[in-house]
Design a protein. Structure first.
Length: 276
């Protein structure tokens, strides 16, 4: 593993990535955007061709699991949650006490990870979402008591490069999963329904898709930039007894608030089950 690193508040950080799939790759890009030199990033990959792809695209290093673990100041876990129990005994013998372990694994608690890693003290639990792939993500993070001020700063700068992030108590992580972690899929599903509805009314699927996507993109930008609340913006566009009011009445009569809250609760509940 390369010895070069980035000086952050006087310290040198070398970053290892275990699990360089779609989200892992998104964090490789975010690390580089945040100022980490590619030579300071090393990934573990299952397939040689994947390693070649990442080296050519980002200029990072590829190495074996034990080497990456023992040489990293920051170790980012981007594997599937179901693979954690198998991974932890493999890396525990090589994990330095000072290394910050950043977990992207839904449902996996700080205590559970710490215990599985021999009572490791420096752990950040992060729940990103898929817009991280384009630098528009929303993440929530929680830190163990052993995380230093410098490590906290590292996490904050890294997540700022993925979009926005907030620090929350760990007992709210599953609620965050049900809100922002799974949230993009809620909007994708809503767009699917809008497209289908437009097609039923006679629009081509291509036109229906263009209309629906741009509508939600524009609405999201308006919400973000106007400073108005969602309620205020809805009221501005809803004329008494108008077409929009008729549509919203159908939503309300169908119990949209309960449908959404039930879906969010189901996501949060499943995230909790994944901790088992």
């Amino acid at each position: 593993m390369a010895n070069q690193g980035r000086v952050l508040d006087g310290n040198l950080f070398r970053v290892g990535i275990i699990g360089a799939g779609v989200m892992g790759e998104a964090f490789i890009a975010a690390l580089i955007r945040s100022g980490i030199h590619p030579s300071s990033i090393t990934a573990v990959v299952r397939r040689q061709e994947r390693g070649t792809e990442l080296k050519e695209k980002y200029g990072i290093n590829i190495a074996e699991l034990s080497e990456v673990t023992k040489d990293s100041d920051v170790l980012l876990l981007g594997i599937k949650p179901q693979g954690l129990s198998e991974l932890m005994p493999e890396i525990t013998p090589y994990l330095p006490a000072h290394t910050l372990v950043i977990s992207l694994l839904a449902g996996k608690t700080i205590d559970g990870i710490s215990t599985g890693l021999g009572n490791h003290g420096c752990i950040a639990r992060v729940m990103p979402n898929t817009p991280t792939l384009i630098g528009k993500g929303m993440a929530g993070y929680s830190l163990s008591g052993g995380v230093t001020t410098e490590q906290r700063t590292f996490v904050q700068k890294l997540l700022a490069a993925t979009g926005k992030a907030i620090e929350i108590p760990e007992n709210l992580q599953n609620a965050l999963t049900g809100t922002s972690g799974s949230g993009p899929a809620y909007f994708f599903r809503f767009i699917e329904a809008m497209v289908d509805g437009a097609v039923e009314m006679g629009l081509s699927r291509e036109d229906a898709t263009t209309l629906s996507i741009q509508t939600i993109v524009g609405a999201a930008a308006l919400l973000d930039e106007s400073g108005d609340t969602p309620t205020k913006l809805r009221e501005k566009v809803t004329s008494l007894k108008g077409a929009t009011a008729e549509a919203l009445a159908v939503f309300d009569n169908s119990g949209i608030s309960k449908i959404v809250s039930d879906a969010m609760a189901a996501s949060a509940r499943r995230a909790g089950e994944l901790a088992q």
